[in-house]
Structure formats: structure tokens, C-alpha cells
Design a protein around this ligand. Structure first.
Ligand code: 5GP
Length: 199
């Protein structure tokens, strides 16, 4: 299987320029998870979080940019009082392989001690980003740290990492939509699609 360099997200040269709608449409191979399926799974996860943390101080931490759409929908599915915060974490890669270096490019602007932190992530792939983010946030004295991810690709794991909640488990292919990009495009698709590397 030929992979585009999906860590730099620039490996597919057709994505390096401004694309027309037609060109972008050709890159959408098939819908993998529909808008309705996403909505139903988020409603369920929101209820679960509300029950589990009701009456406790919750801070939802979204990892930008990929998780911004998921965060927007998940926080509205949670009925318990909660606060939100954002951070940007980037994995650095050597070619197509992760070098395992994760850098916080935009940190939280607040103290997290006294909160049950729930990290809201788009996808767990090798697991390196979240492994590091969890370690960093645990070092800041929160009441607890847990992870909710929209998508999980367990077959790609390079470190021993497991999200507390994964809404969907998918095989090893590159996905776009619902916040996930390729070359910064496709984040606005309301569904998850498989990216067409040939199109
Ligand atoms: P990890 O450290 O788990 O390898 O990296 C997770 C990050 O890699 C995700 O937050 C996302 O930015 C990117 N990533 C991994 N798999 C995919 C994929 O299938 N599609 C897209 N668009 N990004 C992915």
C-alpha cells in the first residue's frame, strides 16, 4: 500500500496548491462514517461523560486543529457543567516515519489543577502524540486525565497507548473530514471519508 506522507500532510503534491472543488471531490474515495453515525455516537459519549462526571469539575481539552469539530459537537452533548480549553500538539516525523518527538506548539492558557481533564482528540494513530500529551498534562497536577477520541487506528500503534473512549475503530487507511484534513483541506466535510490517493 502506498501512503501519502500523512504526517507532514504535504506528501501528496496535488495538495500543495490551491485546488478546485472538482479536484477535491476526486480525492474523496468513499464515505466511511456518515454524519448520522457520528451524531449518534457523540450523543452516547456525551451521556456517558455527563453521568460519569456529574457534579465534578470537568475541563475538556481539545487538540487542535483536527479535533475542533468533534469538540464543538461533544461539548454540546454533555449536559453536566464543563469548561473547554485548547492546545496544539504536533508530532514531528522523519520522512513517513514518526521520530517520536511531540512538541506543544500552543499550550493551554490556564491552570488545570483541580480539574478532571478530558482530552478530546480526532484520531489515535501511532499513539505517540497522546502518549506525550497525557504525560505532560498529568505532570500539572489535575484530578485526573482521560482521553476521548473520535477515531482509533489500533493497527498503527507504535507505543502502548489506549484511549479511555474511542467512538470508532477503523482499519489502516488515511481518512479526511469532520475536522481531519489533507493539506488543510476537507476539515469541513460533515462525514469521515477515505482519502483517494490515486484521484
Ligand atoms: P499519532 O501521534 O497518534 O501518530 O498521531 C495522531 C495525529 O496524526 C492525528 O491527530 C492526526 O493529526 C494525524 N493522523 C493520523 N492518522 C490520520 C488520518 O488517517 N487522517 C488524518 N487526516 N490525519 C491523521
Amino acid at each position: 500500500m502506498v501512503y501519502l506522507n500523512y504526517k507532514t500532510k504535504r506528501g501528496d503534491s496535488t495538495m500543495d496548491k490551491i485546488c478546485t472543488q472538482e479536484e477535491l471531490n476526486r480525492k474523496i474515495k468513499r464515505v466511511v462514517i456518515t454524519q448520522e453515525e457520528i451524531a449518534a455516537a457523540i450523543e452516547k459519549a456525551g451521556k456517558q461523560i455527563s453521568e460519569q462526571y456529574d457534579g465534578k469539575p470537568i475541563l475538556l481539552v481539545s487538540i487542535l486543529k483536527g479535533a475542533f469539530v468533534f469538540m464543538a459537537d461533544l461539548c454540546r452533548a454533555i449536559s453536566a457543567p464543563c469548561e473547554v480549553a485548547f492546545m496544539c500538539a504536533k508530532s514531528y516525523y522523519d520522512g513517513t516515519e514518526s521520530s517520536g518527538v511531540v512538541k506543544i506548539t500552543m499550550d493551554l492558557d490556564r491552570d488545570i489543577s483541580g480539574y478532571h481533564v478530558i482530552i478530546v482528540e480526532d484520531i489515535v494513530d501511532t499513539g505517540r502524540t497522546l502518549n506525550d500529551v497525557v504525560r505532560i498534562l498529568k505532570g500539572r497536577n489535575p484530578l485526573s486525565v482521560s482521553v476521548v477520541t473520535l477515531l482509533d487506528k489500533p493497527s498503527r500503534r507504535l507505543v502502548d497507548f489506549k484511549a479511555d473512549v474511542a467512538l470508532f475503530t477503523i482499519p489502516d487507511f488515511f481518512v479526511i473530514g469532520y475536522g481531519l484534513d489533507c493539506g488543510e483541506y476537507f476539515r469541513n466535510l460533515p462525514y469521515i471519508a477515505e482519502y483517494n490517493q490515486e484521484g
